[in-house]
Design a binder for this molecule. Structure first.
Ligand SMILES: N[C@@H](CCC(=O)N[C@@H](CS)C(=O)NCC(=O)O)C(=O)O
Length: 231
């Protein structure tokens, strides 16, 4: 199988959930990282330089044996299946899907503040997100982690749901987005423990050490420090 994952050169959850699933499953793939200029061309033409069609002109895309698949959730499921991080059981699969869709919802909540150019308005939006919208979603997510010893969202095994939320929260708490509280997850005990569990997974550590630049490695280390602060 010929697999290529196309995204930008940073560890955002939309791409990481797919990259890490393939890495953990030992599935060989081309980890293609495009520049802003290459993306501008894609947006104009709807395709890559080699003629590969990019549906919706958005990233990420997965190209398997020459066929393109867009949309983060669809890509996460395909890579999760290939990497053994997506349950076969139909109910468990639905439980994983609801978390991936929630990650998308959270992303959609944050997007307007990313596009706001007025710094005063942007700050107000971020304060509102930190106070209300994000804690509301985190409380839902925290509630969905069962009270058992595994601490994963579904069953007793890491899935794409855990990786997506770990990376999304890691990004939100990394300080990259001004005015979002870096300790925002700390009072949600199960969610915080989930993030610690994934941060300390040996394969995740290997991936971080292999592919993250020094700035992103430091962000992961700071994330760990913040997660270890008292709730
Ligand atoms: N619905 C898409 C949204 C993907 C998305 O918004 N990707 C961003 C990059 S993180 C993008 O391509 N933005 C440019 C645009 O929408 O024009 C998905 O779930 O994958």
């Amino acid at each position: 199988m010929n697999i290529k994952l196309v995204y930008f050169n940073f560890p955002f959850w939309r791409a990481e959930v797919a990259r890490i699933s393939l890495f953990i499953g030992d599935v060989s793939f081309e980890d293609t990282r495009i520049t802003g200029d290459e993306f501008s061309l894609i947006k104009k033409s709807g395709e890559m330089k080699d003629g590969t069609k990019i549906p919706f002109s958005q990233m990420p895309v997965l190209i398997i044996n020459g066929k393109t698949i867009a949309q983060t959730g669809a890509i996460a499921r395909v890579c999760g299946k290939l990497g053994g991080l997506y349950p076969e059981d139909i109910i468990k699969a639905g439980q994983v899907d609801q978390i991936i869709d929630a990650a998308t919802d959270i992303n959609v909540l944050i997007r307007p503040s990313m596009r706001e150019t007025d710094p005063v308005k942007r700050k107000e939006m971020r304060i509102e997100l930190s106070k209300h919208d994000l804690p509301r979603y985190f409380a839902f997510l925290d509630y969905l982690i069962p009270e058992n010893n595994s601490n994963y969202f579904v069953g007793d095994k890491m899935s794409i749901a855990d990786i997506a939320i770990w990376r999304l929260i890691g990004w939100l708490s990394s300080g990259v987005i001004d005015d979002i509280d870096q300790n925002i997850v700390n009072k949600f005990t199960k969610l915080k423990n989930l993030c610690l569990l994934i941060n300390n997974n040996e394969k995740i550590k290997e991936w971080v050490s292999k592919t993250y630049n020094e700035v992103d490695k430091k962000r992961i280390a700071d994330f760990e420090k913040n997660l270890n602060l008292p709730s």
